[in-house]
Design a protein around this ligand. Structure first.
Ligand SMILES: C[S@@+](CC[C@H](N)C(=O)[O-])C[C@H]1O[C@@H](n2cnc3c(N)ncnc32)[C@H](O)[C@@H]1O
Length: 283
C-alpha cells in the first residue's frame, strides 16, 4: 500500500492514498516514487506534464546470449524484463500509455524508446489511444556489440517514437536550437549517439541505462526551462539528471529501490554541480 504524504504533487483533490516520495527536492521540483508505474500514473493529476519520456521494459530477457566487453553474457536484464505473451505485452503498453495520455498537457509530447520486441505494440497502442506520431527516431548506437549467432545483422539501432496528444494539438519543437546543434542544418531523425560513458555509471550500473546525450536532445528539443518532465520507468534516473541540468521539474517512477537509489545519487550530484556553478558565478 502507498503511504500518506503531505503536499504531494501526485495528489488529486479526491485522492485518499497519497504516495510518499522516495526522494524529493521541493525547490527544484524533483520527486522520485517507488512503485508500479500503472498504479502511480493512475494516482497522478491530469494534464500536468509538458514532456514524458518512457523507456519501458522491452521484454527481451528470454535467456539469449549477447557480447559485453568481448565476453559472452546472458541477455537477461532482470525479472521486470521477462517476456509475457504478446497479448499481455500489448495490454501493459496500452494501460500505461492511456494514463500518460491523460497526464500530458494539451500541447505536451511523449517519447517512447524500444526495439522490435515492444515498439510495434507501443506504436499501435499510441495510434489507437489517439496520439499523433510525429517522428520515429532511429538512435544509432555507433559501436554496438557484435551479433554472436552470426545469423542476423548486428542490432545497431533503437527506435524512439515521438508523439503529441492528438492530431489537432499544437506541439512544441525547438527547431532553431536543434538546427544550430546540427551545424545550422535541419536535425534529422537519425541520431548517432554512443552508449553511456563510464563517468555516467560512476554511482553504479543499470543494465539498460540511456546515454545523457540522448536525454539532453529529447528534453531540449521539446520543452522549455521550468517545464515539468515525467519518466514512468526512470531506472538509474538519466531523465532526472538531464531535467535537473536543464532547469526542468521532474517526476520519476520505478519498481526498484536499488535503481531509484542510483537515480537519487546521480540527481544529487547534478544538484551539487549546479550549486558550484552558481557559487563560482557569484564569486
Ligand atoms: C529500460 S529500464 C529504464 C532505464 C532508464 N531509462 C535509465 O536510463 O536508467 C526500465 C525500468 O523500468 C522499471 N520497471 C519495470 N516494470 C515496471 C513497472 N511496472 N513499474 C515501474 N517501473 C518498472 C525497471 O526496474 C527498470 O529500471
Amino acid at each position: 500500500m502507498l503511504a500518506i504524504a503531505e503536499k504531494n504533487p501526485l495528489s488529486t483533490e479526491n485522492t485518499v492514498n497519497k504516495p510518499a516520495p522516495f526522494f524529493s527536492n521541493t525547490s527544484l521540483g524533483i520527486n522520485l516514487y517507488q512503485g508500479d508505474a500503472i498504479e502511480l500514473l493512475q494516482e497522478a493529476k491530469s494534464e500536468k506534464y509538458d514532456l514524458i519520456f518512457a523507456d519501458p521494459p522491452y521484454f527481451l530477457s528470454n535467456g539469449g546470449i549477447t557480447c559485453q566487453n568481448g565476453e559472452r553474457v546472458c541477455v537477461n536484464k532482470g525479472k521486470w524484463d521477462k517476456a509475457p505473451s504478446l497479448a499481455e505485452i500489448h495490454e501493459f503498453n496500452t494501460l500505461w500509455l492511456r494514463e500518460c495520455h491523460r497526464l500530458l498537457k494539451p500541447n505536451g509530447t511523449i517519447w517512447v524508446s524500444g526495439t522490435s520486441h515492444n515498439i510495434y505494440s507501443v506504436g499501435f497502442a499510441m495510434q489507437t489511444i489517439g496520439y499523433k506520431i510525429l517522428n520515429d527516431i532511429a538512435w544509432f548506437k555507433i559501436n554496438p556489440p557484435p551479433n554472436l549467432a552470426c545469423r542476423y545483422f548486428t542490432h545497431a539501432t533503437e527506435t524512439i517514437l515521438w508523439a503529441r496528444k492528438s492530431e489537432k494539438a499544437k506541439h512544441l519543437y525547438n527547431y532553431s536550437e536543434m538546427k544550430s546543434d546540427n551545424g545550422d542544418k535541419q536535425m534529422q531523425s537519425l541520431w548517432s549517439i554512443p552508449p553511456p560513458k563510464t563517468y555516467e555509471k560512476r554511482f553504479g550500473k543499470h543494465p539498460t541505462q540511456k546515454p545523457e546525450k540522448l536525454l539532453d536532445r529529447i528534453i531540449r528539443s521539446a520543452s522549455n526551462h521550468g517545464d515539468t518532465v515525467l519518466d514512468p520507468f526512470c531506472g538509474s534516473g538519466t531523465t532526472g539528471v538531464l531535467a535537473t541540468r536543464l532547469g526542468r521539474k521532474f517526476v520519476g517512477f520505478d519498481l526498484s529501490g536499488e535503481y531509484l537509489n542510483l537515480a537519487k545519487l546521480r540527481i544529487e550530484s547534478e544538484m551539487e554541480e549546479l550549486n558550484n556553478q552558481l557559487f563560482n558565478h557569484v564569486e
